[in-house]
Design a protein around this ligand. Structure first.
Ligand SMILES: *Cc1c(COP(=O)(O)O)cnc(C)c1O
Length: 367
């Protein structure tokens, strides 16, 4: 490996491939896989990830917003792309770039129908999202009669898939709630399927759903975090490989005398003599301010070192008093799932937010 000379997000596409195949191995051979690449593929690099997934013959990709789908099309990706949360102003772009919108309520469905109707488009693929308990986006069971009436009178759209999203698929203490979601989903599809000319794809599981409820895989599953190496449960995470590593360098080493302070607002006061390293990564890059003051550790030359003082916008300071290191040495912020989880715990969040907070200004290196 070449030496890192700036803060770098390393992306291991072999690990991604491993994770894709591992998830496939839990599924029936006929079950389709949708790769969720929203939010720059969870902060990684949507193009690199989407290209690799396309190479692996993934069946679908999903993004949250239309702009994200547009970027995939502009990069030449032709795989079907589901837009999970389109807004009314984006329908022209959706049609122009053959993106497939999710219809999640009456308002958005009526607006979309008006557009395809006016353009006299036939059989445009859409996806129907149902709210089975998350109470976020989606049609309710009670709105089925509205949907059935619309689908019977409009040939402009074709229901490519019907889906819902689980509230707590990772949580074993809420299996009853999850079971009710599956039951309601079954009730919804039982009513809807008979009115459709072609059988749509049914799907409900996200990554932790795949690991915990594979018996409910229906025709497709949606995996995001699993592709990047996380499964909400250590026992499953172990079988996945880490895809994303975050590395930086030591820019400067300062000798700090007993009684001196380090960083803004005297965030660290030396109770003895210290050797302190400064690295070019900060809260603008996703190292939350809440991770400072000794809450997280990084690895330098295989030794564990604490981040001290207040995290700055573009810099952190690290206690390297007892560490054999010099300026320009590599600093590993994380290179395994456990280290990501430690950052998450330190800033009271989850792995998802650690990854999606990785700033765009950091170099991406694809391995
Ligand atoms: C983000 C998202 C997913 C992916 O969830 P993971 O837990 O990352 O696998 C799946 N489905 C929907 C509707 C989502 O919004």
């Amino acid at each position: 490996m070449n030496k890192i000379t700036e803060t770098t997000v390393e992306i291991d596409l072999e690990a991604l491939t491993h994770n894709f195949h591992l998830i496939k191995s839990i599924l029936k051979p006929t079950t389709k896989v949708l790769g969720v690449v929203k939010a720059s593929a969870y902060g990684v690099d949507s193009m690199a990830i989407a290209r690799k997934l396309t190479e692996l013959n993934i069946d679908y990709l999903a993004v949250a917003y239309v702009r994200e789908g547009l970027a995939l099309r502009q990069a030449g990706i032709t795989t079907p792309v589901m837009v999970l949360h389109p807004q009314e102003g984006s329908f022209e772009l959706i049609l122009k770039h053959k993106l497939e919108p999710v219809m999640y309520n009456k308002r958005i469905f009526n607006l979309f129908l008006a557009v395809v109707n006016e353009k006299n488009i036939k059989n445009y693929p859409i996806h129907l999202k149902f709210n089975t308990g998350l109470n976020r986006l989606g049609f309710t069971y009670e709105e089925l009669s509205f949907l059935i009436e619309k689908l019977n009178t409009h040939t402009n759209v074709k229901v490519a898939s019907i889906f819902s999203h689980l509230t707590a698929s990772e949580d074993h203490s809420n299996i009853d709630f999850t079971t009710k979601q599956f039951e309601l989903f079954d009730k919804i599809t039982a009513k809807l399927l008979p009115v459709l000319k072609e059988k749509p794809i049914l799907h409900i599981l996200n990554t932790s759903g795949i690991f915990n409820f594979p018996q409910h895989q229906y025709d497709m599953v949606r995996t995001g975090i699993g592709l990047y190496g996380f499964a909400n449960d250590n026992k499953f995470t172990k079988s996945l490989k880490n895809v994303i590593s975050l590395k930086t360098v030591i820019s400067q080493i300062n000798e700090v005398r007993k009684g001196e302070s380090v960083g803004y607002n005297f965030g660290f006061i030396a109770d003895k003599d210290y050797k302190i390293a400064t690295s070019p990564i900060g809260h603008a890059d996703g190292i939350s301010r809440s991770m400072g003051k000794g809450k997280i550790f990084v690895t330098i030359n295989n030794q564990k070192a604490a981040v001290i003082g207040n995290v700055c916008m573009d810099m952190i300071m690290i206690d390297v008093t007892d560490i054999d290191c010099k300026e320009s040495d590599e600093v590993i912020i994380f290179n395994n799932q456990e280290m990501v989880n430690q950052l998450a715990v330190a800033s009271n969040t989850i792995s998802y937010e650690i990854l999606t907070s990785l700033s765009k200004r950091m170099k991406r290196l694809i391995k």
